[in-house]
Write a protein that binds this ligand. Structure first.
Ligand code: NAI
Length: 332
């Protein structure tokens, strides 16, 4: 079977890590026609927006995309491409598996948790305004519909992967109405899954406990902002942003992308770690039910990381981005 997949190279290190992902996925034997469309800083001048309509149209047509990170200028008028994509395509679940790989320097062994982040509302709904000149207001929206939907997604994921526990993360002690509603919905959904342990934790306590021992957690479900912050933090616990992949999942389409951003500090140097993007490609292959190809890539990644000989500088090596990708291909 062959697939047409929308590919958005992105900004900064985006094109470098996406080239590596493409080479590895192509080498897996799955036939893919990559429909390359550009979004981000580079298209603003021509289209007046970092997210032109043709990008959305391409994803709507192909129902599947993989994207590199896109820079969002701070304080300028443009809405984030990521938030725009997630909202306009209703990609409601952001799924980020965080796990340790042998050979990757970090403080823990056997971390294997999944952050399920609600992707369409909360403080990221983009509803904000100035109140006079010296005050600003951002509105936090939490709905029953989105909270139930994301909770169900988390429990179904736990069930499908034979996982034992779902923890709802919130701040319902302070935001009694909004996070209170989220927690209520998560608990209601949890009752439908008696075989899975359901519990909840306040986000600040969760942050401390996760740093102390992330091996204790399994599936974590949470509103948008907490998911954004905790997934970067969790990445730091397993070796950094260079290795944690992600998926934005909707009703009938999905956009795969690493957790990390465009890393302007190392862009253009060909030293970015493409593992996170390659593993996002693995998640994409599993979504397409190309399990054999996905397993083949994942095993090769594990092998190369474990041997530690050809790895990028964030993991203590000196391999360039494509050298590392080629080493994975040689190990497949
Ligand atoms: P960042 O994730 O780009 O970088 C944070 C740190 O991690 C930097 O020191 C960077 O060098 C390092 N890093 C990230 N990915 C790496 C990789 N693959 N290999 C080696 N080192 C890596 O976060 P930052 O600097 O806060 O954001 C930069 C830009 O990216 C901003 O404009 C932000 O809005 C955007 N961004 C885009 C995302 C997306 O498109 N999904 C997600 C997060 C941020």
């Amino acid at each position: 079977m062959s697939y047409t997949i929308t590919m958005i190279p992105g900004d900064g290190i985006g094109p470098e890590v996406m080239e590596a992902m493409q080479a590895v996925v192509n080498a897996s034997g799955v036939e893919i026609e990559w429909e390359v469309v550009n979004a981000g800083e580079g298209v603003i001048e021509e289209y007046g927006t970092p997210l032109p309509d043709y990008v959305i149209e391409s994803i709507k047509k192909n129902k599947i995309a993989i994207k590199g990170p896109v820079t969002t200028p701070v304080g300028k008028g443009f809405r984030s491409v990521n938030v725009g994509l997630r909202q306009s395509l209703n990609l409601y679940a952001n799924v980020r598996p965080v796990k340790t790989f042998k050979g990757v320097p970090c403080r823990y062994e056997d971390v294997d948790l999944i952050i399920v982040r609600e992707n369409t509302e909360d403080l990221y709904a983009g509803i904000e305004h100035m109140v006079g000149e010296d005050a600003a207001e951002t509105i936090k929206i939490i709905t029953r519909k989105a909270s139930v939907r994301i909770s169900k997604y988390a429990y179904e994921l736990a069930k499908a992967q034979n996982r034992k526990m779902v923890t709802a993360v919130h701040k319902a002690n302070i935001m009694k109405l909004s996070d209170g509603l989220f927690l209520k919905c998560a608990k209601e959904v949890g009752e439908e899954y008696p075989e899975i342990i359901s519990n909840d934790m306040i986000v600040d306590a969760m942050s401390m406990r996760m740093v102390q021992d992330p091996t204790k957690y399994d599936v974590l479900v949470m509103p948008n902002l907490y998911g954004d912050i905790l997934s970067d933090m969790a990445s730091g616990l397993v070796g950094g942003l260079g290795i944690v992949p992600g998926a934005n999942i909707g009703e009938d389409m999905a956009v795969f992308e690493a957790v990390h951003g465009s890393a302007p500090d190392i862009a253009g140097l060909n030293i970015a770690n493409p593992t996170a993007t390659i593993l996002s490609g693995v998640m994409m292959l599993r979504y397409l039910k190309e399990f054999e190809a996905a397993d083949k890539i994942e095993k090769a990644v594990s092998k190369v990381l474990e041997s530690g000989k050809v790895v990028t500088s964030d993991l203590g090596g000196n391999a360039k981005t494509m050298e590392y990708a080629n080493e994975i291909i040689n190990n497949m």
